[in-house]
Design a binder for this molecule. Sequence first.
Ligand code: IPM
Ligand code: MG
Length: 368
Amino acid sequence: MSNPSLLILAGDGIGPEVMDEVKKIITWFGDKRDVNIDVSEDLVGGAAYDAHGTPLHDDTMAKAQEADAVLLGAVGGPKYDVLDFSVKPERGLLRLRKEMDLFSNLRPAQCFDALADFSSLKKDIVAGLDIMIVRELTSGIYFGEPRGIETIDNERVGINTQRYTESEIARVARSAFELARKRDNRVCSMEKANVMESGILWQTVVNEVHQAEYSDVELSHMYADNGAMQLVRNPKQFDVIVTDNLFGDILSDAAAMLTGSLGMLPSASLGAPMANGRPKAMYEPVHGSAPDIAGQGKANPIACVLSFAMALRYSFDQGAEADRLEAAVEAVLASGARTADLLAAEGETPISTSEMGDAIVAALDASL
Ligand code: IPM
Ligand code: MG
């Protein structure tokens, strides 16, 4: 059997430097665990715009469609703020999500014991936290038509449309219920059915899918604003949260901070199975391109490393090796190693991006 293929799109800002650390880890798995992955690389975001005048070249899109998985770093930066909306770095990312039809975005928020003190919330609220946000990623207000800025009655009007078909709701609901069955068997669905028709349909369809196919899973519903409050009040009440594209964007950032740092959080974006049985898949850290610290060796590579762990688990059938990599990260954190984003007190010395990568490789060696 041929090796699985991985297309790396490091992107902008801290993307390339955190990706360098993941490459060390990919090499380690090839050398020490015989997990061989054919890696290729290309450009996305501002880097692609600089080279080709577009944030995602058609050839890159075609490569992404063919790869067994895509690993993306980050896109965007102040340099590109002046660009027309249609060629902004973010459009490259959104095109990948849309054309690969990656409808189910898994954003785990797990609090590592070693970092429980670091969260802006009290330790007992976050210690042991392990929740999964399933965000719909290919529809809703991010893509709905009509959209644009128009002049109506002599003034400018900004327009975006929240739109969900029942099949779009049903498929992301199924993916949340499937995940829940492998976890604590509970799903909380979040919308704004009190003010939005699309929210009423969302709630209705989630209930229908639940009744017809997943009545063994415990299902609850919450308005998304209450959900945001509950996430910071008592996050451990949740197991799996399923929600739409925009609410998922916001709620997952809030959930990320519970764990201490955005620099810790990975994500997987999954679509339908391909001919080889693997799901269409893209993996990316939840953090952005952090232009303020780019190129200084300050970035935390762990979110990107853990995104690769998710690729091992969901794309490459290497669940045990994913566990090994996650345990290595946990061991490094337990040893007290911290990048600048994780420093609790002034006066502590952070380690650099590459030192963090090396420490994870050393912990992997120790796991053998
Ligand atoms: C995310 C990001 C993106 C989004 C941006 C970069 C387009 O915030 O993945 O959460 O809004 O989806
Ligand atoms: Mg976001």
